[in-house]
Design a protein around this ligand. Sequence first.
Ligand code: HEM
Length: 376
Amino acid sequence: MATKHADILEISRQNALFHNGDRSTVITTKAADTAVRQLMGGSPHLVRSLVQMDAPDHPKYRALTQAWFMPANIKGLEDRIRGIARRAVDKMAATGGVCDFVREVALGYPLHVIMEILGVPEEDEPRMLTLTQELFGAADPELGRKSGQLEQRDMSKMLSEGVIADFYAYFARLSADRRANPKDDVASVIANSQIDGQPISELEAMSYYMIVATAGHDTTSSSTAGAIWGLAQNPGELAKVKADPSLIPGLVDESIRWITPVKTFMRTATEDTQFAGRQLAKGDWMMLCYASGNRDEEVFDDPAAFKVERKPNKHLAFGYGAHVCLGQHLAKMEMRILWEELLPRLDSVELAGEPKQSLATFVNGPKTLPIRFAMH
Ligand code: HEM
């Protein structure tokens, strides 16, 4: 396990020595690993998205959508996203002063933004939300799929009968539509993309849709909820960022660090090597503990505190190196816009009950966050 900030950076930087794709990219059991390999013809992965790839495939597949998610392109989405943010703020105001911030704001806002960019119609958003929660919250009794027969930790069943099959079925239809009628959305880019002159395969296309549709909102929702949690517990920080809106980007980064929605990813050593004083053997499986790295006291002063003025704030919540989060600029932009719209109207906020976090070792965050607030 790499729990120190410096070690996580170093492993993430060395993609040839520490592969993503050789073993599962998330922690799993031996039984589930065996079942997946049987089902997938020896591969340890049920899906093959950017996360499961290494060079030479990874940079080619990443290049397909990279330009879409770069600041120069997403700047053009600012007005549309601001409109969505204003509606989210109005919805919060309409609750009259007490609400579950997760349910009223944090879940719906990033979901709507990414589905618009991807090209999923609004009426299908609740379905996408449920599928994402079932995928990431499989071990949480309140979020996981409640099928009497389905053993949540059995990944092979998730493919054949469960969540992944439902995602595939949905995106296969969307993909066919965008091949016939391309639009100005990410679904059309994926549906019509080619690598080395050949259309990408069904597995890679479906996996691409799935990662954008899931990674694209759950993490941002958790960070958005984390910001209001931090502000509710630290009224002095709320006063600072309200008085000086130039601190909003600092609020955004601090809430992402403080929550760190992606807790871990796995890497596999490609050869025998020494690392941080330990001997690693080829094939050793290593866990990058982002949540721990983001509380490393050698890097962050008073790491458990929530400080909007934290500087520098070189957190690892988006990972690092060749796999660094593709959507990081979008995530930060949509959070910034929400706070630009919400903070001028928010007079006070406090917790109105105990926040609850989802139960998961891979991706998690607040699932209920009761607040009492005053807005104008
Ligand atoms: C990869 C975190 C938002 C799409 C990652 C990784 C992390 C992460 C830790 C792995 C990085 C690594 O292995 O070095 C987050 C957090 C977010 C967020 C904390 C919000 C606060 C988004 C959004 C999208 C997105 C909005 C929308 C498209 C992706 C994709 C990858 C990725 C496609 C795989 C990149 C690759 O392997 O090349 N993210 N993410 N993420 N993220 Fe995000």
